[in-house]
Ligand binder design. Structure first.
Ligand code: GLY
Ligand code: MN
Ligand code: MN
Length: 440
Protein backbone atom coordinates (compact mmCIF):
# COMPACT_ATOMS: atom_id res chain seq x y z
CA UNK A 1 0.00 0.00 0.00
CA UNK A 2 1.32 3.46 -0.76
CA UNK A 3 2.19 5.59 2.23
CA UNK A 4 -0.31 8.35 2.99
CA UNK A 5 1.35 11.16 4.97
CA UNK A 6 -1.87 13.13 5.50
CA UNK A 7 -3.05 11.64 8.85
CA UNK A 8 0.37 12.35 10.33
CA UNK A 9 0.40 15.92 8.99
CA UNK A 10 -3.10 16.43 10.39
CA UNK A 11 -1.92 15.27 13.82
CA UNK A 12 1.03 17.67 13.68
CA UNK A 13 -1.40 20.49 12.95
CA UNK A 14 -3.66 19.35 15.78
CA UNK A 15 -0.74 19.26 18.24
CA UNK A 16 0.35 22.74 17.11
CA UNK A 17 -3.19 23.97 17.84
CA UNK A 18 -2.96 22.57 21.36
CA UNK A 19 0.47 24.15 21.83
CA UNK A 20 -0.98 27.47 20.73
CA UNK A 21 -3.73 27.15 23.35
CA UNK A 22 -0.86 26.83 25.86
CA UNK A 23 0.87 29.97 24.62
CA UNK A 24 2.82 28.48 21.71
CA UNK A 25 6.43 27.36 21.42
CA UNK A 26 8.46 24.43 20.10
CA UNK A 27 7.91 20.71 20.67
CA UNK A 28 11.01 18.52 20.52
CA UNK A 29 10.18 14.87 19.85
CA UNK A 30 13.04 12.37 19.43
CA UNK A 31 12.40 8.84 18.20
CA UNK A 32 13.58 5.79 20.19
CA UNK A 33 17.24 4.82 20.39
CA UNK A 34 18.79 1.69 18.99
CA UNK A 35 19.72 -0.54 21.95
CA UNK A 36 22.48 -3.13 22.15
CA UNK A 37 21.39 -6.60 23.22
CA UNK A 38 24.85 -8.09 23.64
CA UNK A 39 28.22 -7.57 22.01
CA UNK A 40 27.47 -5.53 18.90
CA UNK A 41 24.01 -7.09 18.30
CA UNK A 42 21.05 -4.79 18.66
CA UNK A 43 17.50 -5.46 19.78
CA UNK A 44 15.09 -5.31 16.85
CA UNK A 45 14.50 -1.59 16.32
CA UNK A 46 11.14 -0.05 17.22
CA UNK A 47 10.50 3.68 16.63
CA UNK A 48 9.30 5.93 19.45
CA UNK A 49 5.49 6.00 19.71
CA UNK A 50 5.01 9.78 20.01
CA UNK A 51 7.49 10.40 17.21
CA UNK A 52 5.83 7.90 14.87
CA UNK A 53 2.34 9.17 15.72
CA UNK A 54 3.29 12.61 14.40
CA UNK A 55 5.61 11.65 11.54
CA UNK A 56 5.01 8.15 10.15
CA UNK A 57 8.83 8.01 9.91
CA UNK A 58 10.36 4.68 10.95
CA UNK A 59 14.13 5.22 10.74
CA UNK A 60 16.23 5.46 13.90
CA UNK A 61 18.30 8.57 14.74
CA UNK A 62 15.66 11.18 14.07
CA UNK A 63 14.05 14.07 15.92
CA UNK A 64 10.94 16.03 15.00
CA UNK A 65 10.36 19.67 15.89
CA UNK A 66 6.92 21.23 15.74
CA UNK A 67 6.85 24.99 15.95
CA UNK A 68 3.62 26.78 16.83
CA UNK A 69 4.30 30.48 16.89
CA UNK A 70 1.55 33.02 16.37
CA UNK A 71 -0.52 31.67 13.53
CA UNK A 72 2.48 29.93 11.94
CA UNK A 73 3.06 26.17 12.20
CA UNK A 74 6.21 24.47 10.93
CA UNK A 75 7.44 20.93 11.20
CA UNK A 76 11.14 20.16 10.97
CA UNK A 77 12.71 16.71 10.76
CA UNK A 78 16.31 15.90 11.62
CA UNK A 79 17.28 12.50 10.19
CA UNK A 80 20.23 10.44 8.95
CA UNK A 81 21.87 11.59 5.74
CA UNK A 82 22.00 9.44 2.66
CA UNK A 83 25.12 7.27 2.86
CA UNK A 84 25.78 4.84 -0.03
CA UNK A 85 28.33 2.89 2.03
CA UNK A 86 26.05 2.44 5.09
CA UNK A 87 23.04 1.75 2.87
CA UNK A 88 24.89 -1.28 1.43
CA UNK A 89 25.14 -2.68 4.97
CA UNK A 90 21.97 -1.46 6.72
CA UNK A 91 19.55 -0.59 3.94
CA UNK A 92 17.76 2.42 2.53
CA UNK A 93 17.76 5.83 4.21
CA UNK A 94 15.46 8.61 3.07
CA UNK A 95 17.92 11.37 3.83
CA UNK A 96 16.65 14.91 4.53
CA UNK A 97 15.59 15.69 0.94
CA UNK A 98 13.81 12.37 0.46
CA UNK A 99 12.08 12.65 3.83
CA UNK A 100 10.85 16.15 3.09
CA UNK A 101 9.33 15.08 -0.22
CA UNK A 102 7.71 11.90 1.03
CA UNK A 103 6.48 12.90 4.49
CA UNK A 104 5.63 16.54 3.90
CA UNK A 105 7.80 18.25 6.52
CA UNK A 106 8.50 21.94 6.03
CA UNK A 107 12.26 21.53 6.54
CA UNK A 108 14.63 18.60 6.96
CA UNK A 109 18.23 18.60 8.19
CA UNK A 110 20.90 16.01 8.92
CA UNK A 111 20.62 14.66 12.48
CA UNK A 112 24.30 15.51 12.96
CA UNK A 113 23.26 19.19 12.90
CA UNK A 114 20.61 18.95 15.61
CA UNK A 115 22.92 20.17 18.39
CA UNK A 116 24.02 23.28 16.50
CA UNK A 117 20.64 24.16 15.00
CA UNK A 118 18.35 23.50 17.98
CA UNK A 119 19.22 26.80 19.78
CA UNK A 120 18.07 28.73 16.68
CA UNK A 121 14.66 27.05 16.87
CA UNK A 122 14.38 27.73 20.60
CA UNK A 123 15.34 31.40 20.43
CA UNK A 124 12.45 33.78 21.16
CA UNK A 125 9.95 30.94 21.72
CA UNK A 126 7.84 31.03 24.88
CA UNK A 127 7.95 27.36 25.79
CA UNK A 128 9.72 24.13 24.96
CA UNK A 129 7.38 21.12 25.01
CA UNK A 130 9.31 17.96 25.77
CA UNK A 131 8.77 14.57 27.47
CA UNK A 132 10.53 15.54 30.67
CA UNK A 133 12.53 12.72 32.22
CA UNK A 134 11.92 10.13 29.51
CA UNK A 135 15.60 10.13 28.55
CA UNK A 136 18.34 11.86 30.55
CA UNK A 137 20.43 12.77 27.51
CA UNK A 138 17.40 14.31 25.76
CA UNK A 139 16.73 16.35 28.93
CA UNK A 140 20.37 17.48 28.79
CA UNK A 141 20.06 18.37 25.11
CA UNK A 142 17.15 20.72 25.87
CA UNK A 143 18.96 22.35 28.79
CA UNK A 144 22.12 22.82 26.70
CA UNK A 145 20.14 24.37 23.86
CA UNK A 146 18.41 26.77 26.25
CA UNK A 147 21.81 27.69 27.72
CA UNK A 148 23.17 28.26 24.23
CA UNK A 149 20.33 30.72 23.54
CA UNK A 150 20.96 32.43 26.87
CA UNK A 151 24.63 32.87 26.02
CA UNK A 152 23.55 34.89 23.00
CA UNK A 153 21.36 37.23 25.07
CA UNK A 154 23.44 40.28 24.17
CA UNK A 155 22.50 39.79 20.54
CA UNK A 156 18.89 40.36 21.61
CA UNK A 157 17.46 36.81 21.69
CA UNK A 158 15.45 35.45 24.61
CA UNK A 159 15.53 31.81 25.76
CA UNK A 160 12.26 29.96 26.44
CA UNK A 161 10.94 30.83 29.88
CA UNK A 162 9.41 27.41 30.50
CA UNK A 163 9.79 23.74 29.68
CA UNK A 164 6.48 21.89 29.75
CA UNK A 165 5.68 18.22 29.59
CA UNK A 166 4.61 17.35 26.06
CA UNK A 167 2.74 14.33 27.42
CA UNK A 168 -0.06 16.55 28.69
CA UNK A 169 -0.87 17.53 25.12
CA UNK A 170 -0.08 14.46 23.08
CA UNK A 171 -1.47 11.77 25.35
CA UNK A 172 -5.03 13.08 25.15
CA UNK A 173 -4.70 13.06 21.37
CA UNK A 174 -3.40 9.49 21.29
CA UNK A 175 -6.23 8.29 23.53
CA UNK A 176 -8.83 9.03 20.86
CA UNK A 177 -8.11 6.78 17.92
CA UNK A 178 -8.45 8.07 14.37
CA UNK A 179 -9.51 6.09 11.30
CA UNK A 180 -6.02 5.17 10.12
CA UNK A 181 -5.14 3.99 13.62
CA UNK A 182 -8.29 1.87 13.90
CA UNK A 183 -7.50 0.20 10.58
CA UNK A 184 -4.11 -0.90 11.94
CA UNK A 185 -5.64 -1.96 15.27
CA UNK A 186 -8.34 -4.06 13.62
CA UNK A 187 -5.71 -5.77 11.50
CA UNK A 188 -3.45 -6.42 14.52
CA UNK A 189 -6.40 -7.91 16.42
CA UNK A 190 -7.49 -10.04 13.47
CA UNK A 191 -4.00 -11.51 12.92
CA UNK A 192 -3.64 -12.09 16.66
CA UNK A 193 -7.04 -13.80 16.79
CA UNK A 194 -5.92 -16.10 13.97
CA UNK A 195 -2.77 -16.84 15.99
CA UNK A 196 -4.88 -17.86 19.00
CA UNK A 197 -6.97 -20.13 16.78
CA UNK A 198 -3.79 -21.65 15.39
CA UNK A 199 -2.49 -22.27 18.92
CA UNK A 200 -5.76 -24.01 19.88
CA UNK A 201 -5.47 -26.30 16.88
CA UNK A 202 -1.80 -27.04 17.56
CA UNK A 203 -1.61 -27.53 21.35
CA UNK A 204 -1.82 -31.08 22.70
CA UNK A 205 -0.37 -33.13 25.57
CA UNK A 206 3.38 -33.63 25.21
CA UNK A 207 4.21 -30.50 23.25
CA UNK A 208 6.09 -27.63 24.85
CA UNK A 209 5.01 -24.08 25.61
CA UNK A 210 7.74 -22.73 23.32
CA UNK A 211 6.38 -24.76 20.43
CA UNK A 212 3.02 -23.07 20.91
CA UNK A 213 4.83 -19.72 21.04
CA UNK A 214 6.46 -20.58 17.70
CA UNK A 215 3.00 -21.18 16.19
CA UNK A 216 1.84 -17.76 17.41
CA UNK A 217 4.89 -16.08 15.93
CA UNK A 218 4.41 -17.97 12.66
CA UNK A 219 0.90 -16.55 12.30
CA UNK A 220 1.99 -13.02 13.28
CA UNK A 221 4.88 -12.82 10.86
CA UNK A 222 3.38 -14.78 7.97
CA UNK A 223 0.43 -12.38 7.89
CA UNK A 224 2.72 -9.37 7.78
CA UNK A 225 2.73 -8.15 11.38
CA UNK A 226 6.12 -6.60 12.10
CA UNK A 227 6.56 -8.05 15.61
CA UNK A 228 4.93 -9.40 18.72
CA UNK A 229 3.62 -6.37 20.60
CA UNK A 230 5.04 -7.83 23.85
CA UNK A 231 6.66 -11.09 24.92
CA UNK A 232 3.99 -13.80 24.60
CA UNK A 233 2.84 -15.55 27.75
CA UNK A 234 2.28 -19.27 27.08
CA UNK A 235 1.51 -20.73 30.48
CA UNK A 236 0.38 -24.31 31.09
CA UNK A 237 -1.17 -25.51 34.34
CA UNK A 238 0.21 -23.79 37.45
CA UNK A 239 2.33 -21.45 35.32
CA UNK A 240 -0.87 -19.56 34.51
CA UNK A 241 -0.96 -18.37 38.12
CA UNK A 242 2.28 -16.43 37.51
CA UNK A 243 0.86 -13.27 35.95
CA UNK A 244 3.92 -12.31 33.88
CA UNK A 245 5.19 -15.83 33.11
CA UNK A 246 7.32 -15.65 29.95
CA UNK A 247 9.72 -18.58 30.38
CA UNK A 248 7.57 -20.75 28.09
CA UNK A 249 9.67 -23.93 28.55
CA UNK A 250 7.20 -26.36 30.21
CA UNK A 251 5.71 -29.47 28.62
CA UNK A 252 1.90 -29.49 28.31
CA UNK A 253 0.05 -32.21 30.22
CA UNK A 254 -3.31 -33.82 29.55
CA UNK A 255 -5.31 -32.17 32.34
CA UNK A 256 -3.76 -28.69 32.04
CA UNK A 257 -5.36 -25.49 30.97
CA UNK A 258 -3.15 -23.40 28.70
CA UNK A 259 -3.27 -19.60 29.15
CA UNK A 260 -1.95 -17.64 26.18
CA UNK A 261 -1.57 -13.84 26.35
CA UNK A 262 -0.22 -12.80 22.96
CA UNK A 263 -0.78 -10.06 20.40
CA UNK A 264 1.09 -8.70 17.43
CA UNK A 265 2.00 -5.21 16.27
CA UNK A 266 0.88 -3.85 12.91
CA UNK A 267 2.31 -0.51 11.74
CA UNK A 268 3.10 0.33 15.35
CA UNK A 269 -0.31 -0.61 16.79
CA UNK A 270 -0.70 -3.42 19.33
CA UNK A 271 -3.23 -6.14 19.91
CA UNK A 272 -3.36 -7.67 23.40
CA UNK A 273 -5.43 -10.86 23.60
CA UNK A 274 -5.67 -13.66 26.14
CA UNK A 275 -7.39 -17.00 25.74
CA UNK A 276 -7.38 -19.99 28.10
CA UNK A 277 -8.27 -23.48 26.90
CA UNK A 278 -7.79 -27.13 27.89
CA UNK A 279 -4.78 -28.91 26.40
CA UNK A 280 -6.97 -32.04 26.02
CA UNK A 281 -9.63 -30.12 24.11
CA UNK A 282 -12.23 -30.68 26.88
CA UNK A 283 -12.71 -28.59 30.04
CA UNK A 284 -12.94 -30.58 33.31
CA UNK A 285 -15.79 -29.78 35.73
CA UNK A 286 -13.84 -27.38 38.02
CA UNK A 287 -12.14 -25.76 35.01
CA UNK A 288 -15.54 -25.27 33.42
CA UNK A 289 -16.99 -23.68 36.58
CA UNK A 290 -14.18 -21.16 36.87
CA UNK A 291 -14.05 -20.49 33.13
CA UNK A 292 -17.76 -19.76 32.89
CA UNK A 293 -17.37 -17.35 35.79
CA UNK A 294 -14.49 -15.43 34.19
CA UNK A 295 -16.37 -15.32 30.89
CA UNK A 296 -19.51 -13.97 32.58
CA UNK A 297 -17.38 -11.30 34.28
CA UNK A 298 -15.78 -10.40 30.95
CA UNK A 299 -19.13 -10.04 29.18
CA UNK A 300 -20.51 -7.90 32.01
CA UNK A 301 -17.41 -5.70 31.82
CA UNK A 302 -17.54 -5.32 28.03
CA UNK A 303 -21.13 -4.14 28.40
CA UNK A 304 -19.80 -1.13 30.36
CA UNK A 305 -17.39 -0.10 27.58
CA UNK A 306 -19.79 2.56 26.36
CA UNK A 307 -19.61 6.34 26.00
CA UNK A 308 -20.40 8.13 29.25
CA UNK A 309 -19.66 5.17 31.54
CA UNK A 310 -17.03 6.04 34.15
CA UNK A 311 -13.67 4.40 33.38
CA UNK A 312 -13.87 2.17 36.48
CA UNK A 313 -17.38 0.87 35.71
CA UNK A 314 -16.09 -2.07 33.69
CA UNK A 315 -13.69 -3.12 36.43
CA UNK A 316 -16.42 -2.85 39.03
CA UNK A 317 -18.77 -4.92 36.89
CA UNK A 318 -16.16 -7.69 36.54
CA UNK A 319 -15.42 -7.64 40.27
CA UNK A 320 -19.11 -7.91 41.17
CA UNK A 321 -19.63 -10.96 38.94
CA UNK A 322 -16.41 -12.63 40.07
CA UNK A 323 -17.07 -12.08 43.77
CA UNK A 324 -20.64 -13.40 43.51
CA UNK A 325 -19.34 -16.47 41.68
CA UNK A 326 -16.51 -17.08 44.14
CA UNK A 327 -19.11 -17.18 46.92
CA UNK A 328 -21.25 -19.63 44.95
CA UNK A 329 -18.22 -21.88 44.35
CA UNK A 330 -17.25 -21.85 48.04
CA UNK A 331 -14.03 -19.93 47.48
CA UNK A 332 -15.15 -16.87 49.43
CA UNK A 333 -17.49 -16.69 52.40
CA UNK A 334 -19.38 -13.63 53.60
CA UNK A 335 -21.63 -10.82 52.41
CA UNK A 336 -21.20 -9.80 48.76
CA UNK A 337 -20.94 -6.06 49.50
CA UNK A 338 -18.45 -6.57 52.32
CA UNK A 339 -16.28 -8.89 50.23
CA UNK A 340 -16.22 -6.33 47.43
CA UNK A 341 -15.54 -3.44 49.79
CA UNK A 342 -12.68 -5.25 51.54
CA UNK A 343 -11.34 -6.49 48.18
CA UNK A 344 -11.48 -10.09 49.41
CA UNK A 345 -11.43 -11.15 45.75
CA UNK A 346 -7.83 -9.83 45.49
CA UNK A 347 -6.60 -13.19 46.65
CA UNK A 348 -7.83 -14.75 43.40
CA UNK A 349 -8.06 -11.66 41.18
CA UNK A 350 -5.18 -9.28 41.84
CA UNK A 351 -4.95 -7.12 38.71
CA UNK A 352 -7.20 -4.49 37.22
CA UNK A 353 -9.63 -5.31 34.42
CA UNK A 354 -7.83 -3.49 31.61
CA UNK A 355 -5.96 -0.53 30.22
CA UNK A 356 -5.86 1.75 27.19
CA UNK A 357 -4.46 0.10 24.06
CA UNK A 358 -2.79 1.68 21.03
CA UNK A 359 0.77 2.35 19.91
CA UNK A 360 1.84 1.14 23.34
CA UNK A 361 0.32 -2.01 24.82
CA UNK A 362 -0.34 -0.14 28.04
CA UNK A 363 -1.21 2.96 26.09
CA UNK A 364 -1.05 6.56 27.20
CA UNK A 365 -3.97 8.64 28.42
CA UNK A 366 -5.16 9.57 31.88
CA UNK A 367 -7.62 7.35 33.70
CA UNK A 368 -8.75 10.03 36.12
CA UNK A 369 -9.48 13.71 35.59
CA UNK A 370 -9.65 16.11 38.52
CA UNK A 371 -9.60 13.16 40.91
CA UNK A 372 -12.54 11.29 39.37
CA UNK A 373 -12.61 8.41 36.89
CA UNK A 374 -13.02 9.86 33.41
CA UNK A 375 -16.11 9.01 31.36
CA UNK A 376 -15.41 6.78 28.37
CA UNK A 377 -15.75 8.36 24.94
CA UNK A 378 -16.14 7.06 21.42
CA UNK A 379 -13.02 5.70 19.71
CA UNK A 380 -11.09 5.02 22.86
CA UNK A 381 -9.74 1.47 22.75
CA UNK A 382 -9.24 -0.54 25.91
CA UNK A 383 -8.63 -4.12 26.95
CA UNK A 384 -11.12 -6.06 29.06
CA UNK A 385 -9.26 -8.83 30.84
CA UNK A 386 -10.66 -10.33 34.04
CA UNK A 387 -9.11 -13.51 35.40
CA UNK A 388 -8.94 -15.93 38.32
CA UNK A 389 -5.73 -17.43 39.66
CA UNK A 390 -6.20 -20.12 42.31
CA UNK A 391 -3.09 -21.09 44.24
CA UNK A 392 -3.04 -24.14 46.56
CA UNK A 393 -4.19 -23.35 50.10
CA UNK A 394 -5.75 -25.28 52.99
CA UNK A 395 -9.04 -23.44 52.70
CA UNK A 396 -9.34 -23.92 48.92
CA UNK A 397 -10.93 -27.12 47.52
CA UNK A 398 -8.13 -29.13 45.92
CA UNK A 399 -9.89 -29.51 42.58
CA UNK A 400 -9.41 -25.76 41.99
CA UNK A 401 -5.69 -25.70 42.80
CA UNK A 402 -3.33 -24.25 40.20
CA UNK A 403 -6.05 -23.19 37.80
CA UNK A 404 -5.27 -19.84 36.17
CA UNK A 405 -7.72 -18.32 33.70
CA UNK A 406 -7.80 -14.96 31.92
CA UNK A 407 -9.92 -13.87 28.98
CA UNK A 408 -8.80 -10.64 27.32
CA UNK A 409 -10.41 -8.79 24.43
CA UNK A 410 -9.61 -5.48 22.73
CA UNK A 411 -12.65 -3.24 22.66
CA UNK A 412 -13.43 0.05 20.90
CA UNK A 413 -15.90 2.31 22.64
CA UNK A 414 -18.49 3.13 19.98
CA UNK A 415 -21.77 4.99 19.71
CA UNK A 416 -23.47 1.64 19.12
CA UNK A 417 -22.48 -1.71 20.62
CA UNK A 418 -18.89 -2.02 21.89
CA UNK A 419 -16.72 -3.13 18.96
CA UNK A 420 -14.74 -6.22 19.94
CA UNK A 421 -11.65 -6.00 17.72
CA UNK A 422 -10.54 -9.47 18.85
CA UNK A 423 -13.86 -11.18 18.08
CA UNK A 424 -12.12 -13.74 15.84
CA UNK A 425 -10.59 -15.61 18.79
CA UNK A 426 -13.11 -18.15 20.15
CA UNK A 427 -13.98 -17.80 23.82
CA UNK A 428 -17.18 -19.70 24.62
CA UNK A 429 -16.58 -23.22 25.89
CA UNK A 430 -18.68 -24.60 23.04
CA UNK A 431 -16.67 -22.73 20.37
CA UNK A 432 -13.29 -23.64 21.86
CA UNK A 433 -14.18 -27.31 22.24
CA UNK A 434 -15.64 -27.43 18.72
CA UNK A 435 -12.47 -25.91 17.22
CA UNK A 436 -10.27 -28.32 19.15
CA UNK A 437 -12.40 -31.34 18.27
CA UNK A 438 -11.75 -30.70 14.60
CA UNK A 439 -7.99 -30.27 14.96
CA UNK A 440 -6.77 -33.82 14.26
N1 GLY B 1 -0.19 -8.41 27.92
C1 GLY B 1 -0.13 -7.45 28.94
C2 GLY B 1 -1.44 -7.16 29.51
O1 GLY B 1 -2.36 -7.92 29.32
O2 GLY B 1 -1.65 -6.13 30.10
MN1 MN C 1 -2.48 -9.25 27.71
MN1 MN D 1 -3.69 -6.30 28.64
Amino acid sequence: MTFDPSPFAARRAQLAERMRESGGGVAVIPTAREVLRNGDSEYAYRFGSNFYYLSGFREPEATLLIIADGSQTRSVLFCREKNPEREIWDGFRHGPDGAQARFGFDECWPISELGTRLPDYLADRATVFHCIGADASEDARIVQAIEAVRSRARSGVTPPASVRDLRLLIEEMRLHKQDDELIAMRRAAQISSDAHRRAMRFARPGCFEYQVEAELMHEFLSQGAQAAAYTPIVAAGANACVLHYIENRTQLREGDLLLIDAGCEVDGYAADITRTFPVSGRFSGPQRDLYELVLAAEMAAIDKARPGQAYNAYHDAAVAVLTRGLIDLGLLAGELDTLIETKAYNRFYMHSTGHWLGLDVHDVGRYKIDGGWRPLAENQVLTVEPGLYIRPADDVPEHFWNIGIRIEDDVRVSAGEPEILSHGAPKSIADIEALMRDRH
